[in-house]
Design a protein around this ligand. Sequence first.
Ligand SMILES: Nc1nc2c(ncn2[C@@H]2O[C@H](COP(=O)(O)OP(=O)(O)OP(=O)(O)O)[C@@H](O)[C@H]2O)c(=O)[nH]1
Ligand SMILES: [Mg+2]
Length: 377
Amino acid sequence: MAKNKTDSYFNGDSPERVALVKLMTDKDERSAMASLDELWRLTETAGGEVAARVIQSKDRPDPATYIGSGKVRELRELCLNAEITLVVFDCELSPSQIKNLEDILGNDIRVIDRSMLILDIFALHAASGEGKLQVELAQLKYTVPRLIGKGRELSRQGGSASIAARGPGESKLETDRRYIKRRIASLEAQIEEMAKNRRTQRAQRDKSGLKRITIAGYTNAGKSTLMNYLTGAGILAEDKLFATLDPTTRRLRLPSGKTALLTDTVGFIRNLPHHLIKAFASTLDEVRYADIILMLTDASDSECLSHAEVTRELLSQLGADGKKVLYVLNKCDVSENVEEAAFKAALSSEPGDVFRISSLTGQGIPELLLRIDEIVS
Ligand SMILES: Nc1nc2c(ncn2[C@@H]2O[C@H](COP(=O)(O)OP(=O)(O)OP(=O)(O)O)[C@@H](O)[C@H]2O)c(=O)[nH]1
Ligand SMILES: [Mg+2]
């Protein structure tokens, strides 16, 4: 089962030492570095310590080993010298690529890809029953086929499961394909049942006639901090990726005295694993059923514009086109540098007003609330 925060990796042994590997196919060094920085943060969030970064320049991925077998042998030397036991690739690897890589790297060095790492963080942070089932489903569909057949145990009970070994599975039985098939069917049925409940709750909320406002944005943009500022919801907000997985809805009092419903939800990231989107469909539906979306972006992040672009694109995929979206630049107590024109260009749509706020100090929030009030009225 997915582990929770209290028995996380940090409580046991020292953090696992990790090498990050990136294949650069287009000579775009800046974006390669930004992508590696993000992978670094993901690794730390999962409880790893980054000990090395490796960039390989190549026209296209090697079908067998992704970076080429010569480079993998170099990587092996590096790992042995630096006591690195886990290699994270900044891409999606096929099960056979992982197998080939581990064959060259040797027994004590494990290989995972970016999606497995993200799923691992989700497993670590899942708190509700629904969240845990959703993560387990995504892991069974993505991670497990990549780990299977190596005699590797998928999860160790108690203490310190290592990165990407957390999640479903406690016995050898669980690596059995038939078992996995049955478990997937059962998870899908349970998740559908919970989705039904969610739909009923939504229908009840609809009867109340209150407008629904959903905060959406890249992970770590400050969504939960804004939710807490506006409603005192007391949601965990911290400088980690994917701190929030479960949606929370609270009543929001507007300046006119009217009430609306405000929802905080799971964050986005570029190349969000496909199976995760499918498994979290009912959670992500909060976007589809919103009357107003507050698209929050961290203005202090050097990747602010690309985050806005990714978020806009995912919102569109999730069925938010045609909805009223308010674009909000957050953390303006730290940085006011983002130019409105560049921000609008990144969104490739005409976003109307852009609000600049700080969810920590409250600056800019009265203006945002007045605008919401106007729309609700
Ligand atoms: N300086 C500053 N920090 C902020 C602001 N808003 C949020 N933060 C910080 O940014 C970090 C992330 O905030 P969260 O509210 O957890 O972000 P989130 O969007 O909910 O993130 P996930 O749930 O992980 O996707 C925390 O350390 C917050 O204290 C702000 O306006 N200014
Ligand atoms: Mg959050």
